[in-house]
Design a protein around this ligand. Structure first.
Ligand SMILES: [Zn+2]
Length: 249
């Protein structure tokens, strides 16, 4: 799989429906690279690194995850770099790190509603050779101890500001981080645009959906990167909002 060059600094390692791999963001500057979401496994991480090599992009020096779900977080261990996470993501990573990662514990995770039969299937597909290769990274930097927003700058002559925004209103997962790349006007919303996977695909409440659009549309972006679908534009979001407005007004 090849990288998609979205803007001057933003590249995407694209999502894959067959393996449930999400879109992975790579923010490249003159001297530093930042990673948005870690992927699911060593195999996934290696294929992202290979695609980066083809574009002469340096290995990331740090990264963040948009939420704790396996397809975004299990790869963290294999990057061997520091990760920024919100408080709730850290809590969830600590919770899932308590499991032993055997076939029995995977079943237990389904019972405990930590995973669903759908996600457990993909985890098993990825790790069936050795489930104990699942290692949860819990030594992370929590960015929202004081504020819901945190800005970090990467690059030297070619500086890019990356704003991490904590959003906990999505029914998909109560630990969302949006990642805004200011100079390139790109926003990553992870899976926060989707419904609750543990509760029969329960959708957003009217209030939370309104909040999702109000928050998103208040940001000055050209492109929005969702977890598991094609990249959208601001015009796409506005059109969707007007089309579905009756659902939450
Ligand atoms: Zn998710």
């Amino acid at each position: 799989m090849k990288l998609i060059k979205l803007t001057q600094h933003v590249f995407i390692y694209p999502y894959d429906k067959q393996t449930d791999y999400p879109n992975i963001g790579i923010i490249k500057t003159d001297n530093e690279t930042f990673l948005v979401d870690a992927g699911i496994s060593k195999r996934h991480v290696e294929s992202i690194k290979k695609a980066m090599n083809l574009e002469n992009i340096k290995t990331p020096s740090k990264g963040c995850v948009t939420h704790f779900h396996y397809d975004h977080s299990y790869g963290m261990f294999y990057w061997k770099i520091p990760f920024y996470v919100c408080k709730n993501t850290q809590k969830e990573l600590e919770r899932i790190s308590k499991y032993k990662y055997t076939l029995e514990s995977l079943n237990q995770m389904i019972k405990d509603e930590v995973e669903t039969p759908f996600t457990a299937y993909y985890i098993y597909q990825e790790y069936k050779d050795n489930l104990s290769n699942i290692k949860i990274k819990t030594d992370n930097f929590i960015y929202n101890t004081k504020d819901d927003k945190f800005t970090l700058s990467i690059g030297n002559d070619d500086k890019v500001d990356i704003v991490l925004i904590n959003k906990n209103t999505s029914p998909h997962s109560k630990d969302s981080t949006w990642v805004y790349v200011k100079e390139d006007k790109v926003i990553f919303v992870g899976d926060s645009c989707y419904g609750d996977v543990y509760n029969k695909l329960k959708d957003y409440s009217k209030e939370d959906l309104q909040d999702f659009f109000t928050s998103l549309l208040s940001i000055d972006f050209d492109y929005v990167v969702f977890g598991h679908q094609e990249i959208g534009t601001k015009q796409d979001v506005i059109a969707y909002y007007h089309e579905h407005k009756s659902r939450f007004n």
